[in-house]
Design a protein around this ligand. Structure first.
Ligand code: ZN
Length: 438
């Protein structure tokens, strides 16, 4: 489809700040946004999609998710962080085979598109770890990275694939870098690191060097401790603060360390729903605003929360009222879930807003569904009331991947059957016939 005209939508752009334009059209050519405005002429041969009663938004950008956990959905909704680690990372994680990672990423990426998440940062640490009598032993096997990428590619979601640096496997880590090439127009890579909160300085410096050699941005979880209580200061004092870095969570960091992140030009990804449940610390959202840090949102783990950005925006909005610093508005949250997330991931010139020349990653919500009809404030309604069931149509780079509320291009019964088999294998628990999800 070379030319597609979305006619008469309620268009919400997010740059420089969210604003609603009733009765606008969006013209898409060669996968990019070619024009926006009221009453655009219809180019010869264009397909016209009636967007009346549709809210037209840029696709959501999830800046932090472990997509491989899709087959572990809701396994840890009633657990705190230590129990989550024990079950998901130590016990079940090492049971994953490459095939299970592929299936989980297939399911998880479809879950993204279904909810209007057109870009996801996949923090991939299923990588051939083992549990031996000596304890947890990290591994690195290219088959895992290939399998994860196969799942993402099959779906056609835009993704930043962050694979965990493991300096003791230098050769393999370098080989993995080559798994995404110029023909992968929807995929980019990043280096995931255990980072300065979880490793000693030597190991951090080794990871940072490796990321530099590979030419990759870094994505890492941070907190005050357990290894270093002042992890950002440690980076600064050792010349390791770099701009192209996404720090995830950071709830327990001191204000001056948030300011250091802001000064460095790096970004923070917060996952407010998971952070509230797993007890990462008080909400960071207002403090980041005060510190002037680019802030994206993320789902993080569907073991514990839903995999959509509506609920994440809601969690961020509500917890901002419990946090020090300014209270945020729905428009702030919508921008974080789109434009700011794109900037955080280094994709701000490609996606995150509806601008001429940008990739046509676009979501259409049914504004006439009963939970959105008669809304006074469309931006407020998207953030406070919308849900994935309202997502009617989704485009990635101009390709329609969901239409009339249904995902296209995949046999979903087959995907589900593969997911149940993977779930059964990795948990070691037979799924009884007739159980929910069968
Ligand atoms: Zn995480």
């Amino acid at each position: 489809m070379d030319s597609l005209l979305l006619r008469n939508g309620l268009v919400i752009d997010t740059e420089p700040a969210p604003v609603a334009h009733p009765g606008w059209d969006v013209l898409i050519e060669q996968g990019r946004i070619a024009a926006l405005g009221p009453n655009l002429p219809t180019p010869a041969g264009a397909t016209v999609l009636d967007a009346t009663d549709r809210i037209v938004l840029p696709g959501f950008v999830d800046t932090h998710r472990h997509v491989w956990q899709a087959v572990l959905r809701s396994i840890a909704v009633d657990m705190d962080l230590p129990d989550y680690f024990q079950l998901v990372r130590q016990q079940i994680g090492p049971r994953f085979r490459p095939e299970d990672v592929r299936v989980a990423n297939l399911l998880g990426a479809l879950e993204c598109l279904d909810a209007g998440v057109t870009t996801v940062q996949d923090f991939a640490y299923a990588r051939a770890d083992r549990v031996t009598s000596e304890g947890f032993v990290p591994g690195f096997d290219l088959d895992y990275a290939e399998a994860a990428l196969e799942g993402l590619r099959a779906v056609g979601v835009r993704a930043v694939f962050a694979y965990l640096l493991t300096p003791q496997y230098q050769a393999e880590v370098h080989q993995a870098r080559a798994l995404v090439g110029p023909s992968d127009t929807l995929l980019t890579m990043a280096a995931a690191s255990l980072g300065p909160s979880n490793q000693e300085l030597d190991a951090v410096a080794a990871d940072w060097r490796l990321a530099e050699e590979l030419g990759l941005p870094i994505i890492t979880h941070v907190a005050s401790g357990p290894v270093n209580d002042r992890p950002i200061e440690l980076l600064r004092d050792n010349g390791l603060l770099r701009p192209d870095t996404v720090y995830v969570h950071g709830n327990s960091l001191a204000d001056d360390e948030l300011a250091m992140i802001g000064d460095s030009g790096a970004a923070v990804s917060i996952t407010p729903a998971v952070e509230a449940r797993l007890g990462h610390g008080g909400p960071l959202i207002g403090r980041l605003r005060t510190a002037g840090v680019t802030t994206g949102l993320g789902v993080d783990v569907v073991t514990t929360v839903g995999g959509d950005m509506f609920s994440v925006m809601r969690a961020g909005l509500l917890t901002s009222y419990l946090a020090p610093g300014p209270h945020l508005t729905p428009a702030d949250l919508l921008k974080m879930a789109t434009m700011d997330g794109a900037v955080a991931l280094g994709l701000g010139d490609q996606v995150g807003s509806l601008r001429v020349g940008k990739q046509a990653d676009i979501v259409l919500l049914r504004a006439d569904d009963v939970n959105l009809a008669a809304a006074h404030d469309p931006i407020g309604a998207v953030v406070s009331a919308a849900h994935p069931g309202n997502v009617d149509t989704v485009l990635v780079a101009g390709r329609i991947v969901k239409e009339h509320g249904r995902l296209l291009h995949h046999d979903l019964a087959d995907v589900r059957a593969q997911a149940y088999a993977a779930r059964e294998y990795v948990t070691g628990q037979r799924v009884p016939a007739g159980a929910p999800g069968n």
